[in-house]
Write a protein that binds this ligand. Sequence first.
Ligand code: UD1
Length: 427
Amino acid sequence: MDKILVCGKKPLYGTINVSGMKNAALPILFATVLVGGRFSIGNLPNVSDINETLSILKQLGATVIGEPGNKDNITVIDTTRLKDDLTLSPQRSEKMRASYYLIGAALGRCGKASVGVPGGCDFGYRPIDQHLKCFSALGATVKQENGMILAEAPEGLKGTRVYFDVVSVGATVNAILAATRAEGFTILENVAKEPHIVNLTEFLNFCGAHISGAGTDTIKIRGEQHLHGCDYDIIPDMIEAGTYMIAAAITGGDVLVDNVIPKHLESVNAKLMEMGVDVTVNDESVRIRRDPDKALQNTKVTAMPYPGFPTDMQPQMCALMCTCQGTGYITEAVWNSRFGYVNGLARLGAQIVVNGKMAVIEGGHPLSGTTVTAVDLRGGAALILAGLAAQGVTVIDKIHLIERGYDDIVGKLERLGADIKRVSFPG
Ligand code: UD1
């Protein structure tokens, strides 16, 4: 029953340090299962999805030394010897989306995977047909039975050519994991180009894999059985960075968002500038300034695969658009149903009409605090941002959803001057 309480209307000032990227770390942690070896992983974010994944690795027989957030910021993982049975139960796999990366990793390592259907944020129907299509193309027999996905390739996986019908981050990751140790050559076409795809292939190449083309829409993999551990640092979280950039813009103030890769933030920077926010891009940081007395102008945003505006920034951008002058438009082109959080914004006084994959926002209606409920990770972050702009106290419920992906969000905002706290209420 933990909640976050925000008392709004306080401008933010200072420097905020961005943590490692959850969605880059998750594929790499499952890749340690594929490779088998000793790894020293730097910059793991201290968020519940990462802690859950480390717990899964331990269950599979890995040793893990150094919790995320330790003072050296390094976690040592040894997956050299794992249990014979790499099964993951539905109860464990449904706790998060990325559990399905164990299918590609276990298939690649031992030709057999048995993993419960994955969970994750509720954005409507989330098929995994492209993952299964790729495993089959690589020579595995795949079936779904009693809430489990069962894949088997007793003769090993064989390189192939796969054209993805939709651009999918998860299917691209799973295909790379499965094909890295397959016999022969694999070509993956129409793949995702997200920075975490590039991060995963760089990690695997450090382990001895032969993967090229990441960051373009075709990835080529020459299968390699002899892989080894490595030392690797997780890239900064562009979604966390973007969230704090919007926190600075929505409250007014002057914030340096530090430890970022500005290239990954180009679409967010462009939109903020268009709206009237003062954005200065440095080598590894972005400075966001906004005069709290100057109104921002509303805009149009289309959430698309990278390098388009990230769907995982769409709810936070919507919170900002509620406070801008004029009418704003958001088109969600990745997910069928990603406006569940709008109800919470409306409770705070926002005027939003959702029609299918589009939201129309009548900006400039004053927000005022009340109790709201997070419905998913980024939608929950949007409620915190709206609370920072609202008059009075906003109480946010179901914050475990936010803590799946934000490392110390309350502490970080508090250090910038926000009036925010995390409170435990008895059961
Ligand atoms: C990942 C991110 C999520 C982000 C999303 C898009 C993780 C853990 N999660 O999710 O935060 O919002 O990328 O950037 O990294 N699709 C199919 N068939 C498939 C797979 C996907 O039709 O087999 C569709 C989905 O329904 C969706 C679109 O493809 O409409 C994109 O999904 P995908 O990129 O796979 O998202 P995830 O990897 O699940």
